[in-house]
Design a protein around this ligand. Structure first.
Ligand code: SAH
Length: 257
């Protein structure tokens, strides 16, 4: 569920959830990338409290759980995603320490300084990167970590077509150094940043959609919303293939000082 389609918010949520819930991921990423981001984070124990905000069906949460021993709460606005998340957690026998709850990232039910780690892949754009890193910081213990992936420009200049598309979809998209500056300003040590490899988009995000799209369209034949949703996703994928040297997802890892 990429932010590259702001108009997605206008669509019928049930349909969107149905479209994306058949996929393991709702945004670009991979288990390897999750583990790599985790490699920059230390001090985690069995007692650690971790939140995965905008967790979707939990693709990355389960990868995170396999490489940590603490308690993880996944939070997502959509209950259908959370139902799948909790079914996945049970399937992997992780239900005692990995739980999904319905909630909104702008009103999280944690105490101040309760969390050791805040995780969020491809989701912070929903409230905006700068607002998210500032508000969520309150919930972190001093010395705790934040790790978020976020759409970013790779170059200072880019073709007009992709510039217009993104500025409409997510005006906060920016170059990496500016995002790092925002982290510093918010009160984090910028511990690491790295660019997600292309396969996170191509193999793991767009390819599964191609096979799901025909099925989805057949099931919802004649439904304008469904047709528009697929059309938007196809357009977004085409733009990615055309302009992937100019933008992508970047992981930003910070430590609260
Ligand atoms: N982290 C997952 C999902 C990314 S898609 C992955 O990488 O696969 C973005 C997710 O943010 C969706 O699951 C969407 O339901 C969720 N979301 C959107 N607005 C939200 C909000 N206000 N609070 C919590 N989750 C939200």
């Amino acid at each position: 569920m990429s932010e590259a389609n702001k108009s997605i918010n206008d669509f019928d949520f049930k349909l969107i959830c149905e479209y994306f819930s058949s996929m393991e991921r709702q945004g670009p990423g991979s288990p390897e990338v999750t583990v790599k981001a985790l490699s920059f984070i230390d001090n985690l124990t069995d007692e650690s409290k971790i939140a995965d905000i905008g967790c979707g069906t939990g693709g990355q949460t389960m990868a995170l759980a396999n490489h940590t021993t603490g308690h993880i709460t996944g939070i997502d606005l959509f209950d259908d995603f959370i139902d799948i998340f909790n079914a996945n957690s049970r399937k992997l026998n992780l239900q005692d320490r990995v739980k999904g709850v319905v909630g909104s990232m702008d009103n999280l039910a944690f105490q101040n300084e309760e969390l050791d780690l805040i995780w969020s892949e491809g989701a912070i754009y929903n409230i905006g990167f700068e607002r998210g890193i500032n508000e969520w910081r309150e919930l972190l213990k001093t010395g705790g970590f934040i790790a978020v992936s976020e759409a970013s420009w790779f170059t200072e200049k880019r073709p007009v077509e992709i510039d217009i598309f993104w500025k409409d979809a997510y005006p906060e998209i920016d170059i990496i150094s500016n995002k790092v500056g925002q982290m510093q300003k918010a009160g984090y040590i910028p511990v690491a940043t790295f660019v997600l490899p292309e396969n996170c988009w191509t193999e793991n995000f767009y390819a599964p959609q191609v096979s799901a799209q025909d099925k989805f369209l057949k099931k919802h034949a004649g439904n304008k919303t469904a047709a528009e949703l697929v059309e938007n996703q196809r357009h977004e994928a085409e733009l990615y293939y055309k302009y992937k040297e100019y933008y992508g997802y970047v992981f930003y890892i910070g430590k609260k000082v």
